[in-house]
Design a protein. Sequence first.
Length: 138
Amino acid sequence: MQLSVNFNIEEFTRTNTGLHNIPGFVERENLQQLVSNTLQPARTMFGMPITVTSGYRSPAVNAAVRGASTSQHVKGQAADLVCADNARLFEILKQQPFDQLIWEAGNDVQPAWVHVSYNGMANRGQVMRMQNGQYYGL
């Protein structure tokens, strides 16, 4: 199922755990909002492919990957992304509506991946960096 020109539901539900990972109606709607409001506009500006490495996670998948119990991935509100230039993607995502934007691991030049979430009208616009398992506000 296509969510936008450049994103489909399959890339948000892929998992290597072998566990059931099918979002319900609410989670699909949240994924659609994330894509429509944040990811597709960023992809259009970026002009290059963006790979979703983690999108929706069922509670079982989230537990298997040791995700936080409050993870927005379980609600279909978050995605972890990689591309040819993660730092540039991070800067482009800053220009979109988002709840949380996290520079995940990596170094001062490039994050290893970028986490972004969208929470509708309750977006906090929180920008952080995760290094050595610790989160810091930017």
